[in-house]
Design a protein around this ligand. Structure first.
Ligand code: GLN
Length: 487
């Protein structure tokens, strides 16, 4: 029998429905896996083993009473930037050490209603600022494919936990690539939904006009199952959109015949690792062989995307992070008066990268500089959105690499923030434009590290994105390969 940690969500649900396995067994297997590999991987900030087993028992009881729910009894783990009632939520920052939310983020609440068993909270770059988890205020997560390498970021714990089979799926958040990059580096399926698809209520905000929570899992179908219960209008988030959520799993037909696939020329950048380019070209050829039509498209403002992103994201961050003052929640360093308390708390509570971004953003928003920086960046963003809109008038989906390289070594990019920012060069456009994207494994490089294929759908076109990604995944076995550590 395959081990319980090797199941997909779809398989685990089927086995629980027939009574072949219980959620308690399934959950215990994942807790054992965490105990075994967590000392090396360090994906979790908090493991909630005890409450997970209680939730699993409740799920089994509900099933015994004839009940069911879309994710009943499925062990999942949550990025620590999403509020979880009664469970510490730090956003990877020392400034929130000890903060225990009184409520759940809407996406977490919806997963609970759908029957999730929550096994813990996952490590991340502080306030989701980074591409490697090296900016975590606590520790760096290690990539299960090569422990000397980063898992990607900022949702690095979310990628590593799936790759190490410590949970059947996880939630991450993506502001500029933070779900898709760890997906690519850890060899798992990873979805950034369209802006407005998933409620941001209870997500500790970084760049509010860019942030979206989304799922990571072993298969495209599993991510579709998770997104299905998270998606949809939430009265608590005015930016969540009242757009109907189609049945994603029903749309996974395996058929891509006649699908128009845009190949954005600007995304095949020079300096890309050759194996990445080869793997993506091979995937494109597979689509063509299945009867899809490849169309050259252009996103001409791509070269300005990184600059615009780092003005907009840091500006929004400087405003969003003003609330962390040590007075109402989180850690506090007392000074002789309130101003000194603010200074000490923020000075000691925030890490260097967060401070750099608060300064950048505050500068970009300051009187006299606003028009030249923030205003200009917003204009560039409008042009980038137009590029994507025009491309999607011609094609159903677009395909590109997720990242120009595979996972880099821990420490390799820490001394040069620009180098680190470049890891997101192929992902940030989707956030600026508000469209959806998924990363799925499409190969390994010469060192045996996974390569990510990125498939973009138009805004609220997750169904066609899922269909294309699932068809490719079913025809290949990249997603079944296991990280070196656990194989
Ligand atoms: N690496 C990018 C940043 O640091 C994206 C992070 C994210 O998507 N949260 O801002």
């Amino acid at each position: 029998m395959t081990s319980l940690t090797d199941l997909t969500i779809t398989e685990a649900l089927a086995k629980m429905r027939t009574g072949e396995i219980s959620s308690v067994e399934l959950t215990q297997a994942h807790i054992d896996q965490i105990e075994k590999y967590e000392p090396q991987v360090k994906a979790f900030l908090t493991v909630t083993a005890e409450s997970a087993l209680q939730q699993a028992q409740a799920a089994d009881d509900m099933r015994a009473d004839g009940g069911d729910a879309p994710l009943l009894g499925i062990p999942l783990a949550i990025k620590d930037v999403l509020s979880t009632q009664g469970v510490e939520t730090t956003a990877g920052s020392k400034i929130l050490k000890g903060y225990v939310p009184l409520f759940d983020a809407t996406c977490v609440a919806r997963l609970k209603e759908a029957g999730m068993v929550m096994v813990g909270k996952l490590n991340m770059d502080e306030f989701a600022m980074g591409s490697s988890t090296e900016n975590s205020g606590y520790f760096t997560t290690h990539n299960p494919w090569d422990l000397d390498r980063v898992p990607g970021g900022s949702s690095g714990g979310s990628g590593a936990a799936v790759a190490a089979h410590m949970a059947l799926g996880t939630l991450g958040t993506d502001t500029g690539g933070s779900i898709r990059l760890p997906g690519a580096f850890c060899g798992v399926a990873a979805v950034k939904p369209s802006y407005g698809r998933v409620s941001r209520y209870g997500l500790l905000a970084y760049g509010s006009s860019l942030d979206q929570p989304g799922p990571l899992a072993h298969t495209v179908e599993d991510t579709a199952r998770i997104l299905q219960v998270m998606a949809g209008k939430d009265p608590l988030d005015a930016t969540s959109m009242p757009v109907e959520v189609p049945d994603y799993v029903a749309g996974l037909t395996g058929d891509v015949k006649g699908l128009k696939i845009g190949v954005p020329q600007e995304f095949f950048v020079s300096g890309m690792q050759p194996e990445v380019e080869q793997a993506v070209q091979a995937a494109l050829k597979w689509f063509e062989d299945q009867g899809a039509e490849l169309v050259e498209v252009h996103l001409p403002h791509t070269e300005y995307a990184l600059s615009a992103y780092y003005i907009i994201a840091t500006s929004e961050a400087s405003a969003n992070l003003a609330r962390y003052d040590g007075i109402r929640f989180g850690a506090r360093v007392d000074g002789s008066d309130v101003i000194e308390t603010y200074k000490l708390t923020r000075g000691q509570g925030f890490g260097d990268e967060v401070k750099r971004r608060i300064m950048l953003g505050t500068y970009a928003l300051s009187a006299g500089y606003y028009d030249a920086w923030y205003g200009k960046a917003q204009q560039v963003r409008a042009l980038i959105k137009q590029d994507y809109d025009k491309a999607f008038e011609q094609v159903d989906v677009m395909i590109a690499p997720t990242s120009p390289t595979t996972a880099f070594k821990i420490g390799q990019n820490t001394s040069d923030p620009m180098q680190m920012y470049l890891a997101d060069i192929l992902t940030i456009g989707a956030n600026l434009a508000g469209v959806c994207g998924i990363s799925v494994p499409c190969g390994v490089d010469d060192a045996g590290l996974p390569i990510g294929l990125q498939i973009f759908g138009p805004a609220f076109g997750e169904d066609v994105m899922f269909r294309a990604a699932h068809a490719y995944e079913q025809a290949t076995d990249w997603h079944t390969r296991k990280a070196a550590l656990i194989s």
